[in-house]
Design a protein around this ligand. Sequence first.
Ligand code: UDX
Ligand code: ADP
Length: 481
Amino acid sequence: MATTEIKNICCIGAGYVGGPTMAVIADRCPSIQVNVVDLNESRINAWNHPDLNQLPIYEPGLDAVVARARGRNLHYSTKIELAIENADMVFISVNTPTKIRGVGAGKASDLRWVEACARQVAKSSKGHTIVVEKSTLPVRTAEVIKAILSSAESAPKGTNNPKSFEVLSNPEFLAEGTAINDLENPDRVLIGGESKKAVEALANIYEQWVPKEKILLTNLWSSELSKLTANAFLAQRISSINSISALCEVTGADVGEVSLAIGRDSRIGSKFLKSGPGFGGSCFKKDILNLAYLCRHFGLPEVAEYWENVVKLNSWQQERIARLVIHKLFGTVAGKKIALLGFAFKANTNDTRESPAIKIAKDLIEEGAELAIYDPKVNSEQIKISLSIDEYKLDDNQASRNESFSDIGKWYVASNIGQSLQGADAALIITEWEEFSRLKWEDLAPLMRQPAWVFDTRAIVDVSAIKKAGIKVWRLGDGAE
Ligand code: UDX
Ligand code: ADP
């Protein structure tokens, strides 16, 4: 049986997953034409922007990959039907957020975009098409996709060009900020499917750059469940170490030292043991809630509760940071200026989805704080969408701090760190951007109002240098303070 050779790929969804993944496939497989399509015209225009700094996603190394392949065999467009029609293989890489209303609201994944894609593929495809689930999906979603596709399979009987489909699951494990390296040197590639021929066709693509032994083949349901489980385990490690960070603070232990000590046990391993303000990003919370929803659906409430606690602990970590800042600033932040350093959910990305900065900023604004937000990659529009609160417009003579003692909280974007700290009572580091670890506090201290604080939720600052500069400092998980 000859393997199906893939010559033309269509990827529906030009987001954080589809965009970088297809760029790397196109880069590594010059003989395959890769068409990335999206309903969002401005996103597509940004992918096609001649200035590579204007790509819609900030991801280290992405610009070079796009530069090599774009226009050669990598194309971004809104012509969804045409791209599907020409494709031997269609990747579905659209958003699957948690449902906000109806059955399963707040827990189950909203599959309306995936379903719309399946219907679009059923309608526009020609001949045989392999459909690949790339988005993270609830277990057994492939069944939904198959059901929609099979209605199109039966429709055109007797025509010259009958349609047929195969469905594969190929979850993406890339992490934002390291996406290009994760794609180019993956720990593993997972392909789940029933048809050996279709599985091999997809495996052949990855084999262009991934060693064969790293390509794992499973059944469809194991593949779908593995993705949810991997994210649940990773998030669980973060909640575990964050729970210990609180204990360190009251016992005099240092969570960094505890992480180091336990991580040396090869059974535990050293990765994903960094305590912080709580995990963010589009996947962890959504996938755990989805996993818990599945467990309840299948009559396993104890298992559901076990995983839900990982999310609960995460919210608690975010809440306790806001509470602590208020407590240290004499029990009130009303009318006080706080420089919020970092808004992205982690360093090296402009993504703010589920960023701990959102909950922490909202809690402080609610208490009347004036937040001067600085993030090297997140713009004010994105912050406004995340907070659902309009930006406060400073007038020219108010560029430093608000002396009105108004207790109505507000936020605005500071154009640089100096501006954010001008007259501030505190700096609150949320994202571990490298530049925040190199700040010269002896130069910055005179800008702040005394007594000034630095709250470091990522343990990236040099505590003794800050103290020397005359600023009080609190570092997450550090009981020696
Ligand atoms: C995650 C998974 O890592 C990836 O495999 C999956 O495909 C998508 O979800 P991502 O959300 O992009 O990737 O980033 P990740 O590096 O996992 O970080 C998630 C959150 O956990 C961030 O807020 C990060 O700051 C936090 N984190 C991570 C910690 O607080 N401590 C750690 O030790 C690691
Ligand atoms: P992810 O992080 O999973 O990549 P994003 O939200 O960044 O998620 O990207 C998903 C993309 O999918 C968005 O750009 C959205 O416009 C696109 N999309 C959603 N539904 C469809 C559809 N039916 N057809 C084409 N594009 C779609």
